[in-house]
Ligand binder design. Structure first.
Ligand code: NAD
Length: 264
């Protein structure tokens, strides 16, 4: 199967480096013929993102900090000017103060709660609203979430609350934009070693627990998330919207550790 994204153009937000989930998704999309635009947060990351974009044939790389709504507007205007339309967006953005990604959720501060919600949740809605008018022929929107939205994962704390709101946003946006032929979905990825992932205390132990106790006895890779994203962003999933799709080696279906782990 080749070229299923031929003729499609999309915006990728959230590549920080070649370990980013958004990069795994970008590679899968580009391999199938998609034309990509990228955003980066700040000059330091720009230096990493520009050569990665070039690897997949893109010179369309723009700065964007979702805390600054003017920078989001600038990106959407630039896409309108250069392409006139958009077929898909990938929102792979998350942030919370790492001092609050440990200890008790109850200790979350008001300031970090708001900031986490704006960056990790509301930005998806804000971007969706701005990009939808560019999707006159329909389109697909995708965000990234984690199982800490519905289950308590140690240290995930306020990010879990933000991901719960993000998943609810996926459902509401799917209902808002469904009549225009725009599909809105999320991938709930298992833990992966990335810059954002490393901000969570005990990330290594959580990763190893998933590896030992997921039905597939492994953690997932950015390439595996990428190929599932390809499905959700392509016409292969034309009948799917409002969905939270797990790509986590099956960990979410378990209710107990494996017997091997229990008997240790
Ligand atoms: P990453 O660090 O590679 O990517 C996170 C991205 O968010 C970075 O590119 C960063 O620049 C961007 N970002 C943060 N604040 C921003 C802001 N104010 N404006 C614009 N961009 C901003 O890590 P990742 O693990 O690839 O994270 C991508 C998404 O996947 C996040 O939503 C994360 O919560 C989610 N996710 C990660 C895992 C995991 O274990 N790594 C699991 C499930 C879901």
């Amino acid at each position: 199967m080749t070229g299923i994204m031929q003729g499609k153009r999309g915006l990728i937000m959230g590549v920080a480096n070649n370990h980013s989930i958004a990069w795994g998704i970008s590679k899968a999309l580009a391999a199938q013929g998609a034309e990509l635009a990228f955003t980066y947060q700040g000059d330091a990351l720009g230096k990493r993102v520009k050569p990665l974009a070039a690897e997949v044939g893109s010179d369309f790389v723009l700065p964007c900090d979702v805390e600054d709504v003017a920078s989001v507007d600038t990106v959407v205007d630039a896409i309108g000017e250069r392409w006139g339309k958009l077929d898909f967006i990938v929102h792979a953005i998350g942030f919370s103060d790492k001092n609050e990604l440990k200890g008790l959720y109850a200790d979350t501060t008001r300031e970090n709660f708001s900031r986490t919600m704006v960056i990790s949740c509301f930005s998806f809605t804000e971007i969706a609203k701005r990009c939808a008018p560019l999707m006159e022929d329909g389109g697909a929107m995708l965000t990234l979430t984690y199982n800490g939205s519905t289950r308590v994962i140690p240290n995930y704390n306020v990010m879990g609350v933000a991901k719960a709101a993000l998943e609810a946003s996926v459902r509401y946006l799917a209902a808002d934009y469904g009549p225009r032929g725009i599909r809105v979905n999320a991938i709930s990825a298992g833990p992966i070693r990335t810059l954002a992932g490393a901000g969570i205390s005990d990330a290594r132990a959580i990763l190893s627990w998933n590896q030992r106790n997921a039905p597939l006895r492994k953690t997932v890779t950015i390439d595996q998330v990428g190929s599932s994203a390809l499905y959700l962003l392509s016409d292969l999933s034309a009948g799917v919207t409002g969905e939270i799709h797990f790509v986590d080696a099956g960990y979410n279906v378990t209710s107990m550790p494996t017997l091997e782990t229990l008997r240790k």
